[in-house]
Ligand binder design. Sequence first.
Ligand SMILES: [Zn+2]
Length: 324
Amino acid sequence: MSVLSSPYFHDEAKAFEYLESIVWANGTVCPHCGVVDGRVYDLSGVRSKPSKKHPEGKVRHGLKKCGECRKQFTAKVGTVFEHARIPLHKMLQAVHLIVSSKKGISAHQMHRVLEITYKSAWFLMHRIREAMRSGDLAQPFGTEGGAVEVDETYTGYKRDVATYRGYAHKHCVVALVDRDSGQSKWFHVDRANADNIHPIVLDNIHREARLMTDEATMYRKIGRRFKEHNTTTHARFEYVNMEDRTIHTNTVEGAFSIFKRGMRGVYQHCQEHHLHRYLAEFEFRYNNRTANGVDDRTRSANAVAGIVGKRLTYEGPNASSQAF
Ligand SMILES: [Zn+2]
């Protein structure tokens, strides 16, 4: 037995049962009228209209009918999987591949492994990234007065900006890590400066927290708003404060190193307007990592749980517009 031999990876009916167990964990919800645990009829034996390809019609797996509003639905309705035409068991395989690969998996590899087109693989992966996107924090980091690390890093190349010394031509990513909970939050900002970083820090970190940053001047003013603001001076090769070894930003830098290896080695290039979704992917894997007590199976289930209430309309892999 392996994780991959689970029936929901191979059998479409079982895939729907698995999806339902997650999406409707707190009772079946009719996506049309919103009734929870109302009268619902199972229509799972129903077939679609005959076509040339399927003269006997295709079995419509997971089909239900609401007894209140008389409308039909499946667990996919209202989720990022709703309009995807790939069989559900393959989409679940894709979720598993993404969440269990530490540095991500390329759309080309997904296309070869799942035997779907490259374009379908690319779309599907963006749907799954959207599912992995977290909402606003329920509680700011450092609520118990713990240490919260903040740092920024750079990735990729901006279009139409000349490559020169410094980082002006690269995309800037800011991340916060709450050392107590092991959770992180990632942001794409246009430039690493006080104007962009202050709102992120103020919105997501409790004032009683111990803020940990490097010596960058943009943290200086904001640091005074917190109970403590501790810095290490990377320019002097100081990565841990020798008097107080809890003063460092090595946790967030560890998270960045996985991100950078993934972006360079697996994704190679990424357009600026898609970057937030790649960040969602790395943030999700980091927050659901084994060190936080999350195994591959639970991580998959957590990603699938995120499909609800998120929808996407797309431009293709090569489109450059800001459409989504
Ligand atoms: Zn209904």
